[in-house]
Ligand binder design. Structure first.
Ligand SMILES: [Zn+2]
Ligand SMILES: [Zn+2]
Length: 347
C-alpha cells in the first residue's frame, strides 16, 4: 500500500478538500502511474453531488487521467517504466463476457465495469480517481498516449474524446456527411474537432452565438443559435447525424426535425431528469434516436492514435488543485473554454 495525496469530496455536495488515500500494492498485472494531469468532467460534478443517485464517500473524482508509468508488476507485458499513459472511465471488468471480448468493456455483463472512482473494485475496496498523485491500474485498462500529444491536452481525451469519437465513428461521420453537434462545452468542442478531422461538414447548434468565433476556429463550418426559432425552420431536414452533448433536458422532438430521412440523433449527455418525446418525430422519416457511452479500451487507443495523427488535443484551462471547487461552479455556469485540467503536482 502507498499513501497518496488526493482531493476528495467528503460527502455529497460538500466542497472538495485535500486528503490522503491508500493505493494498493502493485500486483502481477498492475502498473503504477504517476498522475501528471486530470481533467474535470461534468460527470465528476454530477457524482460528487449525488445527482445520479447514491454515491460512495469520500469520493476522489477524475476519469481523465494522463501520467507516466513509474512501476510495473512482474506479469506486465505492454508497458514499461517511463511510458506515457492514460486511464479513462474504467479500471476493471470481467474480461470474459461477450461485451468484454468484443471490446465493449464498458458494458461488461460479468462482474460489471468497475468505474475509475465511485465504484468498488474486485478487492472490495472503493476506487479513487485522478484527482490524486498516483494510481494503480491493471494494464488491460491502461492506454498509451502517443508522443505527439502533450499530456495536459491529452487528459480530457480519455472521457470527452472517446465519448464523442465512438458515436461519430459508429454512425459514419465522414466526407459527404452533414453532422451537427449540440452544445459547445467540454464534450461538444471535442465532437467538433473530431467530426471535422473525420471529414464531415460540421454545424454547431448552441444556445447562443456567444462562442461562434471559437466554434469556427475549432473546425465547425456553420454555427447556429438554438434560442432562435428560425434555426429550426432553416435547418429542417438537413443533417445525417446529430450528436447531443448537453446534459440539460432537451426538446428532442425539435432536434429530430433537423434530421434527413433515415438520420440519427445520438445522445451522450446524461441529464438528471427524464425527458419526454412525441414518437411521431421518430416514425416520420425513419429516424433513429440512439445513445452512446464512452468506448472500449481498444477503441480508446484508436481514438488517441487518431487524435495524435490529426494534431488534436482538448482546449484546456490548467488549474491548481486549490481551484477545483471554483472550477466546478464555473463548469455549472458554462464558464469554461473548454476543459479544466488539474496540474496534479499542486495537490
Ligand atoms: Zn467523463
Ligand atoms: Zn465482462
Amino acid at each position: 500500500m502507498t499513501t497518496v495525496a488526493a482531493y476528495a469530496a467528503p460527502a455529497a455536495k460538500a466542497p472538495l478538500e485535500r486528503t490522503t488515500i491508500e493505493r494498493r500494492a502493485v500486483g502481477e498485472h498492475d502498473v503504477l502511474i504517476d498522475i501528471k494531469f486530470a481533467g474535470i468532467c461534468h460527470s465528476d460534478i454530477h457524482q460528487a453531488r449525488e445527482g445520479w443517485g447514491e454515491a460512495i464517500f469520500p469520493m476522489v473524482p477524475g476519469h481523465e487521467i494522463a501520467g507516466i508509468v513509474s512501476e510495473v508488476g512482474p506479469g506486465v507485458t505492454e508497458f514499461a517504466v517511463g511510458d506515457r499513459v492514460g486511464v479513462g472511465c474504467m479500471v476493471d471488468s470481467c474480461g470474459e463476457c461477450e461485451n468484454c471480448r468484443s471490446g465493449r468493456e464498458q458494458f461488461c455483463t460479468g462482474s460489471g465495469m468497475v468505474g475509475t472512482y465511485n465504484a468498488v473494485g474486485k478487492d472490495g475496496e472503493p476506487t479513487y480517481g485522478g484527482y490524486s498523485q498516483k494510481i494503480v491500474v491493471d494494464e488491460r485498462y491502461v492506454v498509451r498516449i502517443p508522443d505527439g500529444l502533450s499530456l495536459d491536452v491529452a487528459a480530457p481525451l480519455l472521457c470527452a474524446g472517446i465519448t464523442t469519437y465512438s458515436p461519430l465513428k459508429h454512425w459514419g461521420a465522414g466526407p459527404g456527411k452533414k453532422v451537427a453537434v449540440i452544445g459547445l462545452g467540454g464534450l461538444g468542442h471535442m465532437g467538433v474537432k473530431i467530426a471535422h478531422a473525420l471529414g464531415a461538414e460540421v454545424t454547431v447548434l448552441s444556445q447562443s452565438l456567444r462562442k461562434k468565433e471559437d466554434g469556427l476556429k475549432l473546425g465547425a463550418d456553420h454555427y447556429y443559435a438554438t434560442s432562435d426559432p428560425k434555426t429550426f425552420e432553416e435547418l429542417a431536414g438537413t443533417f445525417d447525424l446529430i450528436l447531443s452533448t448537453v446534459s440539460a433536458p432537451l426538446d428532442f422532438g425539435a432536434y429530430l426535425g433537423l434530421l434527413k430521412t433515415g438520420g440519427a440523433l445520438v445522445n451522450v449527455g446524461a441529464p438528471e431528469e427524464p425527458v419526454s418525446l412525441n414518437l411521431f418525430s421518430l416514425i416520420g422519416g425513419n429516424k433513429t434516436l440512439a445513445g452512446s457511452m464512452i468506448g472500449g479500451i481498444a477503441e480508446t487507443q484508436e481514438m488517441l492514435d487518431f487524435c495524435a495523427g490529426h494534431g488534436i488535443g482538448a482546449e484546456i484551462e490548467l488549474i491548481g488543485a486549490a481551484e477545483i471547487n471554483e472550477a466546478y461552479e464555473r463548469v455549472l455556469s458554462s464558464d469554461v473554454r473548454y476543459r479544466f485540467v488539474i496540474d496534479t503536482a499542486t495537490i
